[in-house]
Design a protein around this ligand. Structure first.
Ligand SMILES: [Zn+2]
Length: 403
């Protein structure tokens, strides 16, 4: 059984470029000469589900004592019992002695774990920030059916589109508010590894973005305000006037990814806020089990059965606003609990007086149900006054590139 497992492993004997290849700069010579010598041996193992670090090390040819030393050395910075299936772990063996000398494991998109010996021969583990080469990319599109489809058609990395939707999650309702003919354009960093012509890894930060939704232009610009008093970087996305794109409430309690009828135009909800019919709420059609998020930070003031509302959660955000979520199949929060903006509080269902799975969402202001689709909400914060001149210059520069 184990032998078959070994056969099924993707084990690559790779090469290490460092020190053994000499590249001449393109401007010096049209060709690059390669002086190749013996290379360190690399064993790369693609981790399969249920593979422990012990099994992986054995596959790589390490003995149990060495495996244990690496495990112990790493404990303080990364727990090797938590290596994840699907990732590539690399073991490097010295070119002359073929003795194991280095382990490299990708912790996440930002850091790698390196284990190697120090001058005294002790195994030393470190988390090292991955250095990406960044290239700016500008993409634009218009919406025929959905934001997702638009991105696919134009060969835009879908992860960048998700980031775009997150930037405008407080302003644009990607679940119900998208229209045919809406347009977008944004500039983002693409992350590459191993040199300028290296391998594309993933999208990085979006620098500047605009979205024309139902004829209305919304712009967002990344801006870094420097370190705050506690030494944390203050950064975020702001509209050209310096107001944060973040509002006290998200536009949508069910992410656009889960809205049943997708991004098509027209009415995608069962019914909307309507004073004449007495339905003072918005109903979001989504598959049973789709996650429901709190639109804002607050405290749970009801979590449980509530008559025709079925499973019901009510969140008090401040002395002005409360939001209510009904017909849930599951409730993830309990009475009195504090929730953050965007935190999952339950799942879409059809409990209580309901004809099919949907989220019945109410927003209450000073005790009166108001229309969450049309309410204008204040921004979370703004660019600090002392940074405003720098911000305006920054925006003017990126606006130039965007328009
Ligand atoms: Zn309803």
């Amino acid at each position: 059984m184990k032998k078959y497992l070994i056969l099924s492993l993707i084990i690559l004997i790779g090469v290490s470029l460092t020190g053994y290849f000499v590249f001449f700069n393109e401007s010096d010579s049209q060709e690059h000469a390669v002086i190749a010598e013996v290379l360190d041996r690399e064993v790369v193992i693609n981790i399969e589900p249920n593979m422990t670090f012990s099994i992986i090390s054995e596959q790589a040819g390490l003995d149990h004592t060495l495996m244990q030393s690496l495990f112990n050395a790493s404990e303080e910075v990364y727990n090797l019992s938590k290596v994840k299936a699907g990732k590539d772990i690399k073991f490097v063996f010295d070119k002359d002695t073929d003795i194991f000398k280095q382990l490299i494991y990708p912790i996440d998109t930002e850091e790698e774990l390196y284990i190697q010996q120090d001058a005294e021969g002790n195994w030393l583990a470190e988390r090292i920030t991955i250095e990406y080469e960044l290239k700016l990319k500008t993409v634009e599109g218009s919406i025929e059916s959905s934001l997702y489809e638009s991105a696919v058609e134009q060969d835009i990395d879908i992860r960048a589109i998700i980031d775009l939707a997150e930037i405008f999650a407080w302003t644009i309702d990607f679940g119900m508010g998208i229209r045919v003919g809406d347009t977008y354009k944004f500039i983002f960093e693409e992350r590459y590894r191993n040199g300028e012509n290296g391998e594309y890894v993933m999208p990085g930060r979006i620098i500047a973005a605009k979205f024309v939704n139902d004829g209305k232009l919304v712009e967002g610009y990344y801006f870094d305000e420097g370190l705050d008093e506690e030494g944390y970087l203050t950064e975020g996305y702001f509209h050209p006037d310096g107001a944060s794109v973040q509002k006290i409430f998200l536009k949508n309690p069910v992410s656009y990814k889960y809205i049943t009828s997708g991004f098509t135009t027209g009415r995608r909800y069962i019914s909307a806020f309507n004073i004449s019919t007495g339905h003072r709420a918005v109903d979001y059609a989504a598959a049973s089990g789709s996650p429901i998020r709190s639109v804002g930070t607050g405290q749970v003031v009801h979590a449980g059965w509530n008559g025709s509302y079925g499973n019901f959660v009510s969140i008090r955000h401040n002395e002005t606003f409360t939001t209510n979520y009904a017909h849930m199949s599951k409730i993830y929060v309990s009475y009195g609990q504090r929730v953050e903006q965007g935190e999952y509080i339950g799942a879409v269902g059809s409990t209580g007086l309901s004809t099919g799975p949907h989220l019945h969402f109410e927003m209450v202001k000073f005790g009166t149900k108001i229309n969450p689709l049309t309410v204008e909400l204040p921004s979370d914060k703004s660019v600090l006054p002392e940074n405003m001149d720098r911000f305006k210059e920054h925006v003017a520069e990126w606006q130039g590139l965007l328009n």
